[in-house]
Design a protein around this ligand. Structure first.
Ligand SMILES: [Zn+2]
Length: 146
């Protein structure tokens, strides 16, 4: 597996794609802590996964799931520099832990075959939205079930 690239693309192509993995990820709130560098995987770029790299700032309530989440600082977030995400959306960049690496590997195995013919394209799989109150919501959580 190639190392992931987290450079934000300028114009990703929007290609709604099922995500059967993230909603069922078994990861605890305590897996992360303030100061961690993390990424939210949003799609693929060529032969790699891509997403938004952010820093964990503080524990914060994730209202869409009514569970403990994490406040994140997005250096490219513009008006929404700070957003709150559920722990299962996050992957460690600052350390290579087994939990996050196995999730990344599974995501790559799931997505790469779908976009093998789009080697130059950046694909946004359309899983995440950010509410007006700065809550990052996975499409499975937005529907109110998973
Ligand atoms: Zn981890």
């Amino acid at each position: 597996m190639l190392p992931p690239s987290w450079t934000p693309p300028s114009t990703p192509a929007f290609a709604p794609t099922p995500d059967p993995l993230t909603p069922y990820r078994d990861i605890t709130h305590g897996h992360f802590e303030a100061g961690d560098q993390v990424v939210v995987v949003k799609g693929v770029s060529g032969a790699e996964l891509w997403g938004d790299a952010m820093q964990v700032v503080a524990s914060s309530w994730h209202t869409p799931t009514d569970e403990d989440g994490w406040r994140l600082r997005d250096p490219n977030g513009g008006a929404q520099t700070f957003i709150t995400a559920h722990p299962r959306y996050l992957v460690h960049l600052s350390r290579r832990c087994p939990d996050c690496m196995s999730y990344l590997r599974a995501m790559a195995d799931h997505l790469m075959p779908k976009y093998a013919d789009h080697a130059d394209a950046v694909i946004d799989c359309g899983w995440y939205t950010t509410t007006a109150l700065g809550q990052l919501v996975h499409i499975a959580d937005a529907r109110g079930g998973r």
